[in-house]
Ligand binder design. Structure first.
Ligand SMILES: *[C@@H]1O[C@H](CO)[C@@H](O)[C@H](O)[C@H]1NC(C)=O
Ligand SMILES: *[C@@H]1O[C@H](CO)[C@@H](O)[C@H](O)[C@H]1NC(C)=O
Ligand SMILES: *[C@@H]1O[C@H](CO)[C@@H](O)[C@H](O)[C@H]1NC(C)=O
Ligand SMILES: *[C@@H]1O[C@H](CO)[C@@H](O)[C@H](O)[C@H]1NC(C)=O
Ligand SMILES: *[C@@H]1O[C@H](CO)[C@@H](O)[C@H](O)[C@H]1NC(C)=O
Ligand SMILES: *[C@@H]1O[C@H](CO)[C@@H](O)[C@H](O)[C@H]1NC(C)=O
Ligand SMILES: *[C@@H]1O[C@H](CO)[C@@H](O)[C@H](O)[C@H]1NC(C)=O
Ligand SMILES: *[C@@H]1O[C@H](CO)[C@@H](O)[C@H](O)[C@H]1NC(C)=O
Ligand SMILES: *[C@@H]1O[C@H](CO)[C@@H](O)[C@H](O)[C@H]1NC(C)=O
Ligand SMILES: *[C@@H]1O[C@H](CO)[C@@H](O)[C@H](O)[C@H]1NC(C)=O
Ligand SMILES: *[C@@H]1O[C@H](CO)[C@@H](O)[C@H](O)[C@H]1NC(C)=O
Ligand SMILES: *[C@@H]1O[C@H](CO)[C@@H](O)[C@H](O)[C@H]1NC(C)=O
Length: 509
């Protein structure tokens, strides 16, 4: 009881302390005072090694209570500094090794500054460190070997620096608590050490935009990941079948722009997609830019998938109708593959689809236009046009034939970018185009749209990032006038060889 009262008196004295100069720690037992003084000395040393153009650290002075320094937090009894957070403070300079004297530090967050030089190996003596976040600086050199001593580390990010070297395998020898590792946007090279499988608590691993080589380590099967992003590296080998087959919790799998292959010498996508069925929570699958060969398996159906990016591969054959089972799909990108056949009507069931890019393939429909009309099939399935969330539709550079379906007018409420250029579309431009009030940009160039009336309608592509901005016309208002006349029934209107169409600029009459 006496102890508690004493504690309150001390606390009260601390709160109302009139001593500007005195560390209130002087009221605490000697050990803690000593510790706080040591922490203050270390922080002032840290300050000495940096340039602080915005005076963020102006109250980091001998006279100020260290727990009141900007960006500093102490434990609740004010015995030790436990957190440094100087995010976005415009600090320039080196990270002083004196930081390692803050022996009770749990959080070291220096994100978004201009720290240069190497990561001091001395930091490895910070045994209580849980978060080490040095994102968005200009640090160089390797991750110190001795970081294996940071056994309590759960969060480690050095994203967006200029770090080099390979990952020391020992870094993963004591990593049982490590959950979040982000080394993206650096220049790390070499293999991803197999020891990473020791990190039983790892749930998110971001290694994108580095120069890692070799294969994804098989030991990752021993880890329960939610996110694996290794895009833009030099990783090779077959798509990691066993890894994904054992990852029931995986939500984000981003492997794009590496040097991986599909199975059976880059001819067979089936085994990998079969294994992916074990990832029942998968939301994003990105396997772009690897020249992957094979056909799309019908097991592609995956109810939670929201984003599928398979562009820039060598996938051939047709899109299986089971694509219609991907009922949560927002983004489908199959641009630049070798796909042919028809675009399945089932795509029209994807009611959440927002962006569809099927350009640069060999999609075709050789059904005569009259028959197509009878069958309610256009070269572009009319049902597709009922995907009312669609805001980007790119079917350019294919062999689509027939007319532009009148159902295109059903897109009228939608802000949309449409590219149907470089196909074999024919017939007159449907009058319904004039109803498309919110089209941001449309490219119908390089088709066979009604010879003598529209010799060529070429690109007006000027997609505006801000929805409120109106699209710009590349061509003369004169052409626009004639287009308006044509759309209102005057078929004598003729056009110059190049015309940008944007219906938002047409809707005023
Ligand atoms: C310093 O920081 C404050 C608050 O963030 C900001 O308003 C001010 O513009 C900054 N000054 C300089 C010189 O960057
Ligand atoms: C720390 O800052 C608070 C709030 O600004 C102030 O009330 C308190 O007196 C300061 N503590 C010391 C020991 O200077
Ligand atoms: C660190 O500071 C930044 C900016 O003040 C803040 O947004 C962020 O939440 C802080 N981080 C932690 C872990 O407290
Ligand atoms: C603090 O750290 C520096 C640099 O690591 C070291 O030279 C110094 O001996 C340390 N001082 C104390 C009191 O631990
Ligand atoms: C890092 O350095 C480069 C040039 O060396 C500079 O362009 C860049 O802005 C710097 N980045 C940061 C975050 O300081
Ligand atoms: C590591 O963290 C645990 C709690 O997460 C704590 O009990 C232990 O004391 C910490 N060890 C060190 C050296 O900080
Ligand atoms: C792992 O951590 C323990 C305890 O901190 C330490 O003794 C050991 O040397 C570390 N292992 C490596 C490879 O650094
Ligand atoms: C997974 O962990 C177990 C037990 O630690 C080990 O025997 C096995 O070799 C590991 N698997 C892989 C693929 O590393
Ligand atoms: C998928 O899960 C099943 C059941 O857990 C398992 O038998 C199978 O081996 C897994 N597939 C792969 C490729 O790991
Ligand atoms: C990609 O892998 C193939 C063999 O699978 C190899 O011949 C080629 O050199 C690799 N390319 C790069 C950039 O690593
Ligand atoms: C699609 O291409 C394959 C060869 O890749 C060919 O066998 C097939 O006949 C083509 N199908 C159509 C409908 O063009
Ligand atoms: C699809 O991928 C291509 C790159 O091949 C890219 O230019 C296009 O913007 C992507 N489309 C979407 C909707 O992300």
């Amino acid at each position: 009881m006496a102890f508690i009262r004493l504690f309150f008196i001390l606390l009260l004295q601390h709160l109302v302390s009139p001593f500007a100069n005195a560390d209130s720690a002087s009221f605490y037992p000697h050990r803690h005072h000593h510790s706080l003084q040591k922490d203050k000395t270390a922080l002032l040393e840290f300050k000495r090694s940096i340039f602080d153009p915005n005076s963020t650290l102006s109250n980091w002075e001998e006279a100020v209570f260290v727990c009141n320094f900007t960006g500093i937090m102490c434990d609740k009894h004010h015995n030790h500094v436990i957190q440094i957070n100087l995010t976005g403070s415009k600090l320039v300079g080196k990270i002083s090794p004196f930081i390692s004297n803050l022996t009770h530090l749990r959080y070291l967050i220096l994100d978004d500054n201009h720290f240069i030089g190497t990561i001091p190996p001395e930091l490895s003596s910070l045994q209580h460190l849980q978060t080490l976040s040095l994102m968005k600086n200009n640090l160089t050199g390797p991750i110190p070997d001795t970081f294996s001593l940071l056994t309590n580390l759960t969060f480690f990010s050095v994203r967006e620096n200029s770090l080099t070297g390979s990952l020391p395998p020992t870094f993963f020898s004591n990593c049982t608590k490590l959950g979040n590792v982000d080394l993206s946007y650096n220049f790390f090279a070499g293999q991803i050490p197999a020891e990473i499988g020791n990190c039983q608590g790892l749930w998110t691993l971001n290694l994108y935009n580095n120069q890692f080589t070799g294969q994804l380590p098989a030991s990752l099967t021993n880890v329960t990941l939610y996110n694996l992003d290794v895009e833009y590296n030099l990783l090779s080998g077959e798509l990691p079948l066993y890894l994904v087959g054992r990852q029931p919790t995986l939500m984000f799998l981003h492997l794009s722009y590496n040097n991986m292959t599909s199975h059976d010498s880059n001819t067979n996508l089936y085994p990998f997609f079969a294994a992916l069925r074990n990832c029942t929570d998968l939301e994003e699958l990105e396997l772009a830019g690897m020249g992957l060969g094979g056909t799309l398996p019908s097991s592609i159906g995956h109810p939670n998938l929201m984003r599928m990016e398979l562009q820039e591969n060598r996938i051939f054959g047709s899109i299986p109708p089971e694509i219609g089972n991907l009922s949560n799909l927002n983004v489908l990108n199959l641009t630049s593959n070798l796909l042919n056949g028809t675009i399945p009507e089932e795509i029209g069931r994807l009611s959440r689809l927002e962006q569809l890019s099927l350009s640069h393939n060999f999609f075709n429909m050789r059904i005569p236009a009259a028959l197509a009309k009878l069958l309610h099939l256009g070269a572009i399935p009319p049902k597709l046009l009922k995907c009312t969330k669609l805001n980007k539709l790119d079917l350019s550079h294919n062999k689509l034939t027939g007319r532009i379906p009148q159902e295109i007018a059903e897109l009228r409420e939608i802000r949309i970018f449409i590219n149907l250029s470089h196909n074999l579309l024919e017939g007159p431009l449907p009058i319904e185009l004039s109803k498309l009030e919110n089209v941001l940009a449309m490219d119908l160039s390089s088709n066979n749209l009604s010879g003598n009336i529209f010799p060529q309608i070429s690109s007006c592509i000027a997609v505006e990032e801000t929805p409120s901005t109106r699209p710009t016309m590349l061509d003369a208002a004169d052409d626009l006038d004639r287009l308006k006349r044509y759309l209102s029934g005057d078929t004598t209107a003729t056009f110059a060889s190049s015309l940008g169409i944007s219906s938002s600029t047409l809707d005023d009459d």
